[in-house]
Ligand binder design. Structure first.
Ligand SMILES: [Zn+2]
Length: 533
């Protein structure tokens, strides 16, 4: 089954040079949004591996024109205006197919083109919003909305480097993944435009590309030499001080854990007025939707969100799942590490046993009972456009709980060692469950780890809540159980750790003294296993 909409067999993207003109944003009450046309120029660089006459790109709700094919030295090989390139749009697959007259040479090539579209108002793709009557624009590309903003191979396994430049009016600033390389001001007939050119990115997936253009101010701190900025609307920057300290702490804990320094030269967070979710982990430019006047409990939520998004710097952005069916490799780890960071910072609050269970275990168990909604953690997805539905409590919370369960089984030090191997080995690339397991086995020696994980990742919840389950007469689940035993006349309780790996198991509980009476037995201490007792 070919799950890729765009096959990467013939050619692979390696760079995008993206030039955007966002000078037509209109301040006011929204009555002129129809005139907000975005114009862009793209140089898409790719390598041809197998003979082909086609190049295919994702693009949706835009007009593409003036395409040209160039070789590495810049010579034009074919041009649309000379009828040497046929361009076809397939609205069902959101793709444009470029067909050439002759087979493409097996080398690095560049496809240059112009594109234009109307700025969106709903918060997907490249969209506009207002801050006190002032117009701004920002992006939200996960999972498949980059194709609404520029033509690209919009798939997580097609990583490439990006060079972005944005032409905007001088009253606004532009921010993106990387630091600004240069700014040219006084452009345009009236000298009212600025071109902001950003440094080239490392390799990344299209869904974490981002830019924001608007009127902002920021507060700044540093982690070692890496600048951390939080951008807010004007007059609000001091409200972001709390978030700045959280970012600093998250970086400190996660760089120590992963032993991988922040993979980008700067960190920006930007508070935007409109976002589809509470936050988005765009690399180098997290977008956040927060209320500045937050209560204590809301601040706890903000902290968890910021830690979650920072975990993505390594889990998702630095190492990315090959395909959306293993979204848990991003989200499950972000859920796990958000609580890991919180636990390190607030060790007196029993984060794992209280807030982790409240935030994740209970909602996941509840969601898992909805037979129309639930699915295995690794779920089959055929096409990228089907992916939006899996951003749910299974891919996030349940995955986080299962990762915690295996973390406890493997042990903190071996788990950490395995995670470091995994990140090192697949940096700036893509990963699967198999390579994660390889790294964890190498660190722990647990050869049967894939077998133990298999049913938790690939099977759905059973219909009956039972501790021992046999779904299809063959599936035997690996179930860790902590048993607590209380004897009469003894203050301390006894802990017994068992692992159920067969249909039935007998547990003999021997009294410390033949006269002692058994008072009670409790299973699944602190709900460390993903089941109800
Ligand atoms: Zn996330």
């Amino acid at each position: 089954m070919n799950r890729e909409v765009i096959s990467t067999v013939s050619g692979l993207p390696f760079a995008y040079n993206l030039d955007l003109d966002v000078t037509r944003l209109v301040d006011g009450d929204g009555s002129n949004v129809d005139s907000e046309i975005i114009q862009g120029h793209l140089i898409y660089s790719f390598v041809v591996h197998h003979p082909t006459i086609f190049v295919e790109l994702n693009a949706q709700d835009m007009i593409i024109s003036n395409s040209k094919l160039l070789n590495l030295s810049g010579e034009i090989i074919a041009a649309e205006e000379n009828s040497e390139i046929k361009v076809q749009n397939n609205e069902n697959t959101n793709t444009y197919l470029f067909t050439f007259e002759s087979t493409l040479p097996e080398e690095e090539l560049k496809l240059e083109l112009d594109f234009t579209y109307k700025l969106k108002n709903s918060p997907i793709g490249h969209y506009g919003s207002y801050q006190g009557g002032k117009r701004m624009c920002s992006t939200k590309f996960e999972p498949t909305f980059a194709r609404l903003a520029f033509p690209c191979v919009d798939q997580p396994n097609s990583k490439a480097i990006f060079t972005i430049q944005i032409l905007h009016t001088c009253d606004k600033i532009a921010v993106s993944i990387m630091p600004v390389q240069s700014m040219n001001t006084g452009l345009g007939e009236e000298g009212k435009w600025t071109k902001t050119i950003f440094q080239q990115t490392p390799k990344l997936s299209t869904y974490i590309v981002a830019w924001v253009v608007g009127e902002f101010e920021y507060i700044e701190g540093f982690y070692e030499s890496v600048p951390i900025r939080i951008y807010t609307e004007k007059g609000m920057k001091l409200q972001a001080l709390y978030s700045l300290t959280l970012v600093y702490k998250a970086i400190q804990i996660l760089t120590e854990y992963t032993q991988i320094p922040i993979p980008l030269p700067k960190i920006d967070l930007i508070v935007v007025p409109k976002l589809k979710a509470g936050a988005m982990e765009n690399w180098g430019l997290q977008t956040l939707l927060i209320d500045y006047q937050s209560s204590y409990s809301e601040k706890f939520g903000i902290a968890n969100t910021i830690f979650h998004e920072f975990a993505h710097y390594w889990f998702g952005n630095f190492v990315t799942m090959v395909w959306w069916n293993e979204l848990y490799l991003n989200e499950g780890f972000a859920v796990f590490f958000a609580s890991y960071v919180q636990d390190k910072l607030q060790s007196n609050q029993d984060i794992w046993n209280i807030s982790f269970n409240l935030l994740h275990l209970n909602p996941a168990l509840e969601f898992d009972t909805q037979e129309d909604e639930t699915h295995p953690i690794i779920c089959p997805i055929v096409q990228a456009k089907d992916d939006d539905s899996i951003f749910d409590n299974i891919s996030y919370s349940k995955a986080g709980v299962i990762i915690k369960m295996f973390h406890d089984k493997i042990g903190e030090e071996n788990f950490k060692k395995g995670i470091r191997n995994y990140l090192q080995k697949h940096q700036y690339g893509n990963a699967t469950t198999a390579v994660l397991q390889e790294a964890l086995i190498e660190a722990s020696g647990m050869q049967d780890l894939p077998l133990k994980m298999k049913s938790w990742l690939e099977k759905m919840k059973e219909k009956e809540d039972q501790i021992q389950i046999d779904e299809d007469k063959q599936t035997i689940w690996w179930i860790p159980i902590t048993v607590i035993v209380k004897w009469e006349g003894i203050n301390e309780v006894n802990y017994i750790n068992i692992e159920l790996e067969q249909k039935q198991m007998e547990l003999q509980i021997i009294p410390p003294d033949p006269d002692k009476k058994l008072l009670w037995i409790k299973l699944n201490q602190d709900q460390k296993g993903y089941y109800r007792k």
